[in-house]
Design a protein around this ligand. Structure first.
Ligand code: ADP
Ligand code: UDP
Length: 241
């Protein structure tokens, strides 16, 4: 399927229209950013390995009955997705304390969270993606009570499905961010991506970091660790471009 018109260029992915009105091509670029685009780089191979991991995880979730936007991978860095009306929220699920949670509440990094913690953030770079209470979401009209319930339930179900998958590969799935949209029929669909850019993934024994924190914290060997995630999950690397 041909990419027709570029309709959005985000921090790490681009979206194109296609000759099918309800389908887009999502391109995983090699760009990487952190701290609200204050720290930027371009890492060869990142688009491809993220497309590898995202395709594998979204296909796995589809097989388990989760509705996702993934239709078909069509190139090393390209995937066809269902065009959705996006809900402007980030849904974060956490199994261990890390990142902004530790800063906000002063709790120890690595603390096991039982039950897993669910949080909503506003998807708004200019405001630094502030955390939201359900009351904010309702009163501001960002989403309905039904949207929130469905997003929370689906996110926690996705967590229940992904944690054992990562565990088998010797990883802790520390936390991850999801985005959802609604399709033409009004159904809630998992959108965006599932990759080490939007997850924290630690070795289960050594707690070595395998995700975007390697970039955030200047730990080096970013792509090598992303590729190791793919390899340990049993994902075959796609042919290079
Ligand atoms: P950002 O800089 O916003 O984080 P990305 O570089 O990740 O953006 O680009 C992806 C953009 O595409 C995001 O704004 C995301 O919300 C949006 N998006 C993801 N999946 C879909 C979809 N299926 N339909 C429409 N928009 C989508
Ligand atoms: N995350 C993301 N995009 C964002 C904010 C967070 O993908 O805009 C992911 C992040 O990589 C981590 C999880 O969501 O896996 C929780 O992030 P946190 O709130 O701890 O924020 P951070 O420390 O990344 O700023």
């Amino acid at each position: 399927m041909k990419k027709l018109k570029l309709i959005s260029t985000g921090k790490s992915k681009s979206l194109y229209t296609t000759d099918h009105h309800s389908q887009l091509v999502m391109e995983f670029r090699n760009d990487i950013s952190a701290f609200n685009a204050v720290k930027l780089d371009n890492l060869a191979g990142k688009g491809q390995v993220n497309n590898d991991i995202n395709t594998y995880l979204m296909n796995f979730l589809t097989q388990q009955g989760i509705k996702t936007h993934l239709i078909e991978r069509v190139g090393p860095q390209d995937v066809i997705v269902k065009s959705l009306k996006m809900i402007p929220l980030e849904a974060v699920v956490r199994n261990y304390a890390a990142g902004s949670l530790c800063k906000r509440y002063g709790i120890a990094q690595g603390l096991a969270l039982q039950p897993p913690l669910f949080e909503f953030f506003l998807k708004n770079d200019a405001l630094g993606d502030p955390i939201l209470r359900d009351e904010h979401i309702l009163s501001f009209g960002f989403a309905t009570e039904q949207d929130m319930d469905e997003i929370k339930k689906t996110s926690l179900l996705i967590n229940d499905l992904l944690v054992p998958l990562f565990k088998q590969a010797g990883f802790w799935l520390v936390d991850f961010k999801l985005e959802f949209g609604r399709d033409n029929e009004g159904k809630l669909v998992l959108a965006d991506e599932l990759s080490p850019d939007g997850c924290r993934i630690w070795d289960a024994t050594t707690q070595e970091i395998f995700d975007k924190d390697r970039f955030r914290q200047d730990l080096g060997l970013v792509i090598e660790h992303y590729q190791a995630v793919a390899k340990r999950l049993g994902i075959e690397a796609s042919a290079s471009s």
